[in-house]
Design a protein around this ligand. Structure first.
Ligand code: ADP
Length: 463
């Protein structure tokens, strides 16, 4: 239950709560009113039957033949049935069939001189029977009152109460829905904002509303927390950028010095030559590490503006492949463009796009003896650039991790030469995300690694 949606739980609580309360209220009302009405009715009927018994008695004294008329007029007036028994003989009755409604037990009690009143259920009909003994003339008068009218009233009452309970439950649930929406909406907004921030949209903030004090507090604290976080990130990025910048000039001096030594390599002892080789290899790693760090820190801190422009994707890809292959002394790989790809426009920062291609070519050269081909396909809205090699590929469990900063995978350890910085693919992912695209690792048709860049295609050159 704890994992289920809060919205659902609140709704069920409100719905169930209002249903239970309204049912309880309806039951209490029904049983209370039923008791009251039945009691009242029985009191009235009892009084009535004593009056009727007195009438029977005086008629028996004065003119017994009139008894039958009397009983008929009583039945008309009260809708009850009067039965008279004298010396154990039924004398007169307004309805012959009703004698069987009066049970033998009642008749016996009344014959013994006890007045009796009892509610009976005969064939689903509720009746109220009153027996009055008149010992002076050895007569017993029984009166049967049907409670059908009362039952009808109670049924109507029950129907009204059930409908009322249902309506109250529905109103309760609607109220619950409204309250739940109001209570859950700020949480949804916070989680949406948190997701956007986690995706890199650091300017995301919640809109502060004055409506509820608690929500306002939550919103303000959230915004404050994000601002603090962003400030800290910027501080860290500035620090990394400053450090890398400071390291750059001594490193250049070291590199120049090392290349001077390299020119006099022949004059060095074998041990000196070996040391020089190690120094040169590490210096080159150090330099690219500082360059990568500087670029990353600058883009984190927003120091290098993102210059986005709509460019013809295939043309840019050719240029980037050509220039990065030339700059790094690599063989220029083929660019295979699918027949359905004309030359769609994409929005990128040219310099960063070239950096993406350079890093991927560089990695393929280092870990997979170079790129086999760059294969380009498209859908209606997206352009796919697949950078394929025939190397060892990237194990499935490393396919996300390779984009983390300072991650070096199995391929790097296996070869043990030309160590990378572990920043190349992290930079690639940052740049591709800045273009609104994604990058993922798959397997190339040749069995090596496929780095798949997906970029949104810009409609008709819109800026
Ligand atoms: P590095 O500077 O170490 O190359 P990257 O971020 O560029 O760092 O790459 C991270 C890891 O991804 C590498 O250490 C390597 O294990 C793996 N990798 C990258 N490109 C390839 C490739 N083309 N084939 C196999 N493994 C690769």
């Amino acid at each position: 239950m704890r994992r289920r949606s809060l919205r659902l739980r609140l709704l069920v609580t409100f719905g169930l709560g209002s249903f239970i309360l309204s049912s309880m209220f309806a039951s209490l009302t029904y049983f209370g009113v039923q008791r009251l009405l039945v009691n009242n009715q029985q009191q009235t009927d009892l009084r009535q039957s004593y009056v009727n018994a007195a009438l029977v008695r005086s008629t028996l004294y004065t003119s017994p033949p009139q008894l039958s008329n009397l009983l008929t007029s009583i039945q008309k007036a009260t809708a009850s049935i009067v039965l008279v028994q004298t010396h154990n003989q039924w004398l007169a009755r307004s309805d012959a069939s009703s004698t069987k409604d009066v049970s033998k037990g009642i008749i016996k009690l009344v014959n013994d001189g006890h007045p009796v009143q009892q509610t009976l259920n005969v064939n689903g009909q509720v009746i109220f029977v009153v027996g009055v003994p008149i010992p002076a003339v050895e007569t017993q008068v029984f009166e049967v009152f049907p409670l059908a009218n009362l039952e009808h009233t109670l049924r109507v009452l029950l129907l009204v109460l059930v409908l009322g309970a249902l309506a109250t439950s529905i109103i309760g649930m609607s109220g619950g829905l409204w309250v739940t929406r109001r209570a859950v909406r700020p949480l949804e907004e916070v989680s949406l904002a948190a997701a956007l921030i986690a995706d890199g949209a650091l300017t995301t903030r919640l809109v502060v509303t004055q409506a509820d004090r608690e929500v306002q507090q939550l919103t303000e604290s959230f915004n404050e927390m994000v601002s603090q976080l962003v400030q800290r990130l910027e501080r860290d990025a500035r620090f990394a950028s400053d450090v890398s910048h400071e390291l750059r000039s001594p490193l250049t001096t070291l590199a120049t010095t090392a290349s001077v030594l390299q020119q006099h390599r022949a004059d060095l002892s074998p041990a000196g030559q070996e040391s020089l080789d190690l120094l040169l290899a590490d210096l080159s790693i150090f330099q690219s590490l500082v360059e990568d760090l500087l670029e990353m820190a600058r883009s984190d801190a927003g120091a290098v503006p993102l210059v986005m422009e709509s460019v013809e994707a295939i043309e840019l890809l050719h240029q980037s492949v050509r220039s990065s292959a030339r700059r790094h002394g690599l063989d220029e790989p083929v660019v295979e463009v699918d027949a359905n790809v004309d030359d769609p426009l994409v929005r990128v920062d040219r310099r960063r796009f070239e950096r993406v291609i350079t890093n991927l070519l560089d990695n393929a050269h280092r870990y997979a003896r170079g790129v086999i081909a760059l294969r380009v396909t498209r859908t209606a809205t997206q352009l796919f650039i697949n950078v394929d090699d025939a190397g060892p590929g990237i194990p499935v469990d490393e396919r996300d991790a390779v984009f983390e900063r300072f991650f070096r995978g199995r391929a790097a350890h296996d070869r043990g030469i030309a160590r990378g910085t572990g920043l190349g693919l992290a930079l690639v992912r940052d740049h591709v995300r800045a273009f609104g695209g994604t990058i993922a690792v798959l397997e190339s048709p040749e069995g090596g690694a496929r780095f798949q860049i997906v970029l949104p295609i810009v409609e008709g050159g819109q800026e």
